[in-house]
Design a protein around this ligand. Sequence first.
Ligand code: NDP
Length: 491
Amino acid sequence: MTRILNYIKGEMVPPEAGAFLPNIEPATGAPYSEVPDSDSEDVERAVAAAESAFPAWSSAPASERSRLLLRVAELIEQNLERLARAESIDTGKPIRLARSLDIPRAASNFRFFATATLHFASESHATDLRAINYTLRRPRGVAGLISPWNLPLYLMSWKIAPALATGNTAVAKPSEITPMTAYLLSELCREAGLPAGVLNIVHGTGAKAGAAITGHPRVGTISFTGGTKTGAEIGRVCAPFFKKVALELGGKNPNIIFADAGLEEVIPVSIRSSFDNQGQICLSGSRIFVERAIQKEFLERFVERAKSLVVGDPLEESTEQGALTSKAQFDKVLSYLQLAQREGGRILCGGEARPAVGGRCARGYFIRPTVITGLPVSSRVNQEEIFGPVVTVTPFDSEDEVVAYANGTPYGLAASLWTQNLSRAHRLAERIQSGTVWINCWMLRDLRVPFGGMKSSGVGREGGLEALRFFTEPRNVCIHLPANPAAGSAS
Ligand code: NDP
């Protein structure tokens, strides 16, 4: 059985205390590897390594940091198949998705930030003729990077790449539920020749290893992606240290479909926004609002397509829906299906666990794509993030009504809006409280745009220049321009 190791000071090492946890393959429900159960001692060693690597890494030419990160991107691409298979086994996602989305995106993250940093410029402000101010942006030191289990390498690399590109060193912690690709990444970083200590990866639980990072007095920057409750706890821990914190948290995203939208395009994209990655994407459109005039037709076509999705062994090429990533998540989603019935919802398809995925997957965490109608927008199922292959469909009659529905949860991460009416699209994009509004699309990502959430979906923005700004400290330098006595100017 593979023993995953920590990556500290350039070496692959077991946790100091020698404790490991079983790592379960969700498609089978059986352990298939072991992950370090690291504690504060391991984090302390990782922070010390990152601190000692910081002076050389932060003062290296940007082009040198860029070269090494581009090498990591290349190695990810060269290992695409191996990484995709590992991600599929570890998370339960279809290998097709890991191969087409997760792993290519991880390579793109490294490539994007390796080059973005070469084009990063800072501001200058001329104060009349009296002074010139320029902004010096310096790396902040050791960054703590904590990521969740739904898109493991994709989200971890989204943090590592900008942190390192701007000259920080880092201590990263993947979710202990899905540690495998972060482990493989550490091997690739060694192969790429990344200097020892620049990146350290400590595996283990959030309660032990994660909390040791966020509470560490010498880790001044925290970038966290995960649940809203955990985000609140991290905010509480970091506040007394005045750490710079970015929190990318949960969502309960509206997918709003007007009658003029054209269902030919809406249906396939809404199937993806509802069920891709078994609905375990923070950006999933889990609340579908359909203009009443087309609700019947929408439901018929949408439910028919949802029923036809192939649920199966994630390693099979034909599989469209794999397993949920953990037993805890599986149980949580099932509990919401029961709640939906108690709240008066009508389950039009799905709603069951363990469909006939036989053979080696007989004990896996599978739930069929589920569509529910008839729930009030204030119901718990419509208010709380389920993070599974479950969507609700609710009719609406007017713009004002659907805006109120869209904004009527504590979250504000992403929204999709389907209409051919351009004025309406602009109007609603302005009114919907959301970090991202997609018009006639979903998950169309450009790495340059600001990414993050409003309200309980988070604080701060990542992506593009926002990430480069987040990982650097702006210092204003003010140069006084003495008056030229010969010119007789007044200051
Ligand atoms: P969690 O909040 O449970 O965990 C996220 C990470 O934080 C894990 O690595 C976890 O470790 C760690 N962690 C847990 N407790 C602490 C703590 N006290 N201190 C420090 N670290 C801690 O989220 P999930 O892993 O369950 O991920 C699902 C959630 O992530 C969903 O709510 C989803 O919406 C959100 N998400 C948000 C995204 C966004 O960009 N806005 C993108 C993707 C997901 P461990 O799991 O090992 O215990």
